[in-house]
Design a protein around this ligand. Structure first.
Ligand code: CP
Length: 302
């Protein structure tokens, strides 16, 4: 496809195809570019995992990776995102991977017929995080062999979470039962169409997947941040040893990371057997290879 900006673009079958290709890459599949291909990673918000794993995916596919530093770019002189992309396209970049604080920053760009560069959304504000969603689906698929029929709980700072929005949509498309929990003031009623909001303690023992979310201090208002107490949060909504005891024996814990250790999950449980947090990071490289491959195929570069 030309771009991957939102998980809404993908049918269940298309998502499964991308996950299968990611699994093939994980098993060692190699590809050969038809022509030289160039990627640029434009991150206007901080990132460790997404940026590094897109870079790794680009290099593993044989792409050339060009440097972009948002802080020293001409965006700081007022240049628009459109002009930035139009410029790097003319210079020869084939795919732009973009993270931006503005929700749906991509909408005008993908609708503009003058812009041919491929766009992979690496996260927009509280909107979408399609590559994180697909790596989460891949991690679930690896554990259970399917997603359909699983009970998945999304717990925590749902309101500010692009992961919650993308995952709720794709989990529903793939036939999972979605539930939500966490502080009620951080729920987004628009997500009720995917599943019910309930009590964390009551839901926990019945779940196959517990997708905990980072408390996004950078998106909380000043008063919400000063009112936040991490001990209270951990006591009510954190993964602790006693809560692990109540989970199904094969249930898994996902977290997009970075993790606030001791808040969303206790420090010593981040790498416990139920936790797939570092597996998610590994799978991120292969999912991003699959996403980039689909854009490269559309551009007849693969
Ligand atoms: N999960 C995730 O998007 O992590 P980064 O912000 O480090 O990219």
């Amino acid at each position: 496809q030309a771009n991957l900006v939102s998980i809404d673009q993908l049918t269940a079958d298309e998502a499964v195809d991308l996950i299968h290709e990611a699994q093939d890459f994980k098993a060692g599949k190699q590809v050969q570019l038809l022509k030289p291909a160039y990627a640029m990673n434009l991150f206007f918000e901080d990132s460790t995992r997404t940026k590094t794993s897109f870079q790794m995916a680009e290099k593993k596919l044989g792409m050339q990776v060009l440097d972009f530093n948002a802080a020293t770019s001409s965006v700081n002189k007022g240049e628009s995102l459109y002009d930035t992309l139009r410029t790097i396209e003319e210079i020869g970049v084939n795919i732009a991977v973009i993270r931006h604080p503005k929700n749906e920053y991509y909408q005008d760009l993908v609708e503009n017929p003058n812009l041919k560069i491929g766009i992979a959304n690496a996260g927009d504000g509280s909107g979408q995080h399609p590559s994180q969603c697909l790596l989460d689906m891949m991690t679930i698929q690896e554990q259970f062999g399917h997603v359909k029929g699983l009970k998945v709980l999304i717990n925590g700072d749902i309101f500010h979470s692009r992961v919650a929005r993308s995952n709720a949509e794709m989990l529903s498309r793939l036939g999972a039962e979605v539930y939500f929990s966490g502080p009620e003031k951080w729920f987004d009623a628009k997500l009720e169409r995917y599943g019910k909001f309930g009590d964390f303690e009551e839901l926990l023992p019945h779940m196959d997947v517990i997708n905990i979310l980072r408390v996004q201090h950078e998106r909380l208002s000043g008063s919400a941040n000063s009112d936040f107490d991490e001990h209270t949060y951990r006591d009510k909504f954190g993964i602790t040893a006693s809560r692990i005891q109540k989970m199904k024996s094969d249930a898994i814990i996902l977290h997009p990371a970075p993790v606030n250790r001791g808040v969303e999950i206790d420090d010593d449980l981040v790498e416990s057997p139920h936790s797939k947090i570092f597996t998610q990071m590994k799978n991120g490289v292969f999912v991003r290879m699959a996403i980039l491959s689909s854009i490269l195929r559309y551009q007849k570069l693969l």
